[in-house]
Design a protein around this ligand. Structure first.
Ligand SMILES: Cc1cc2nc3c(=O)[nH]c(=O)nc-3n(C[C@H](O)[C@H](O)[C@H](O)COP(=O)(O)OP(=O)(O)OC[C@H]3O[C@@H](n4cnc5c(N)ncnc54)[C@H](O)[C@@H]3O)c2cc1C
Length: 389
């Protein structure tokens, strides 16, 4: 495959790299300790055009293709701060693509344009206390009442949840119809009846806030329904593809950085009179890890190419063939990053366990990837169906 990155992507890469290295990385320890990061980070990313590069100009974007988003995810990894990266990617690639696809002019003006500018913070509300992998089992319910819908229920593990200005919320509009009874709403978090019930403590991604949300008789005007009522599950499956693919790209970029950091450490760290990187056992291990990272990147790019072609060039729905590729890429990226993180931490010895180097943070942060946005097992469950097994 020839490089998909042209000169304009490379310029954009430099912008994101500078942002990651200058505006994010120096604050890593402070933001991890405070378990949040300033809202200004969204604003700065918006001002630099980082959030909207791959959205149409009339929606506040720069009209670029999906490779801008790939470049963004790769460069953000340089901050070695997965929590902040996750918050930003939710804003640009997880809570918002569905608005670009389905939003009315008014919805785009009220939610998408301010989100891409970093003026409003977005969250995606799908998972519930009793339904994660099995999305069709959600119980949050919207009942039509005159010109409004009245929503009751709860969501959990919602990234950006404690401070979002709006939530792209999946609910049941026809509880008797299973997956065919789901709908998306855009809900301003200032709506009466919306509560952040809890900020969750996590084992990693500390700088990202993750919340439990509750909705009690929350009255949402019908104009905030996104797309067609009861088509939400289908919209979600399309939206998930962007989330999973960009997550895989981000994860593999962080794996590559872990390897680079480990090799740099191993050149200086002496044991038995030699730098530890001079031990053949480790050299071979790094050769294997680097090979797996290359293979995972190749699969990510193959999936990104298919996604870009369908979504940005032909402007079509994502095909089952591309869904298959993206699911495979996510599973593989999750396995590769876990192995890389574990081996790199081992290579650092006690320093890796003591948080002296970013590998400790990277090791616990990466663990999310085999769970969030669809577990590896759920990906395999769907893949087996797509493969007709
Ligand atoms: C830090 C963090 C941030 C998140 N951010 C968001 C967010 O912003 N918005 C949002 O909506 N959600 C978010 N999530 C939720 C995430 O997407 C879910 O946790 C994930 O989809 C898994 O759902 P679950 O936790 O309910 O696990 P469960 O569905 O309860 O799964 C439990 C176990 O059962 C396995 N399992 C389930 N079904 C099958 C099957 N068919 N075959 C084999 N095994 C199966 C799973 O693989 C898993 O191992 C976040 C989660 C975390 C931890």
């Amino acid at each position: 495959m020839t490089t998909p990155f042209k000169e304009e992507h490379q310029h954009f890469r430099t912008t994101v790299r500078n942002f990651a290295e200058r505006d994010l990385a120096p604050h890593a320890e402070e933001w991890e300790a405070s378990e949040t990061f300033p809202n200004d980070v969204f604003k700065r990313a918006g001002e630099l055009g980082i959030l909207g590069a791959h959205y149409p100009e009339e929606m506040g974007g720069a009209g670029g293709d999906f490779w801008f988003s790939v470049a963004k995810a790769e460069e953000l990894a340089r901050a070695r701060l997965a929590g902040v990266t996750m918050g930003l990617l939710v804003q640009s690639d997880m809570a918002t693509p569905v608005i670009a696809d389905l939003g009315t002019k008014e919805q785009i003006a009220e939610f998408l344009i301010p989100a891409l500018a970093g003026d409003k913070i977005a969250s995606l509300g799908v998972t519930e206390p009793n339904a994660g992998s099995d999305v069709a089992g959600i119980q949050t319910h919207a009942k039509k009442d005159g010109d409004d819908y009245v929503i009751n229920g709860a969501k959990t593990y919602i990234t950006n949840g404690t401070r979002a200005d709006f939530c792209t919320l999946l609910v049941k509009t026809d509880p008797s119809a299973g997956a065919k009874g789901c709908s998306f709403f855009l809900v301003p978090t200032s709506t009466k009846g919306f509560t952040v019930s809890k900020k969750l403590k996590k084992i990693g991604n500390h700088s990202s806030d993750t919340a439990e949300l509750a909705f009690e008789d929350m009255r949402v005007p019908a104009r905030y329904l996104l797309g067609v009522e009861n088509m939400g599950f289908m919209y979600l499956m399309q939206n998930f593809q962007s989330e999973r693919l960009i997550g895989s790209v981000s994860t593999i970029a962080s794996a590559e950085i872990m390897i680079q950091d480990a090799i740099a450490y191993g050149r200086d760290r002496m044991a038995f009179g030699k730098p530890i990187i001079k031990r053949e056992v480790w050299q071979h291990k790094f050769v294997d890890l680097a090979t797996k990272v290359e293979a995972a990147r190749a699969l990510n790019y193959r999936a990104a190419d298919a996604y870009n072609e369908e979504r940005h060039v032909r402007k079509e729905a994502i095909s089952f063939e591309t869904v298959k590729l993206i699911s495979m890429a996510k599973i593989f990226a999750g396995d590769v990053v876990s192995e890389v993180a574990d081996q790199c931490l081992q290579f650092f010895g006690g320093a890796g366990y003591a948080e002296e180097f970013p590998i400790a943070r990277a090791w616990r942060d990466q663990r999310l990837f085999r769970i969030g946005g669809g577990t590896s097992e759920t990906m395999k469950y769907y893949l087996a169906r797509l493969m007709g097994l």
